[in-house]
Design a protein. Sequence first.
Length: 255
Amino acid sequence: MTFHLIHQHDVNPAQSPFRIVEQDTSREVIWINRFLDRECVRRLADTTLRSYALDLLHFLRWWMSVHNTDAITEAALTESTLLDYIRFQSGQQPRPAAATINRRIVVAERALRAEFPDAPPQFAPGFHQIHWRRAPMGIGRPRLALSRLRVRAPKRNIVPLSVDEVARFWSSFRTGRDLAIVGLMLLQGLRSREVLSLNRDDLLLSDAQLRVRGKGNKIRFLPLAPESVQRKCCKLGSRSMARRRCVVMRLSNAQ
């Protein structure tokens, strides 16, 4: 059996557009798709739902390679199920990053706990740390708790760019479109996806504000930086977008 991810465009708004199905029969993996539907009701963004679906598809393929079936029962789950999944990922070549392993573990643990709430909790000596957990709403004394199953992720060492590297970075942009994208991300703190979803109507020049659609299609208003205000719009994006995008950036000090 081979399972893969499909994207359905005409679905109930309360259902996830991403589904895990068997390739030959189109049979759905019920426990995965039920979890995705629940996360869709929580108004998670489509990109997040797709990421969850891919992580659970990876877990499902590992489960099939070990148990020779795609069916997961509460009796088949043990305290070391996710630890075995970590061992499998650590033995792959190329080896996944620690952040990737932890993300897959988090998603698989949440989906399994939602489907099998009475399954044994995941425990692996040496992978947990004892910490103080605050009482709900700060009422009562903190209590000792164990951290979740995770692998150690290396700390990132942030090395600032040199003056020459910054100069080469800015000189690499040849058009106003490139400057607009980078400027919106730099001065307004937008994500790349948020920049691409901007429309002409999202620019509120009279109020010096920018309407942004973030994760989960949530709308927020950001004040425009003085360096970014310009009453001019041009095309933004590739030809495949087939629509006009609003460019609200001018970096006077970019040269």
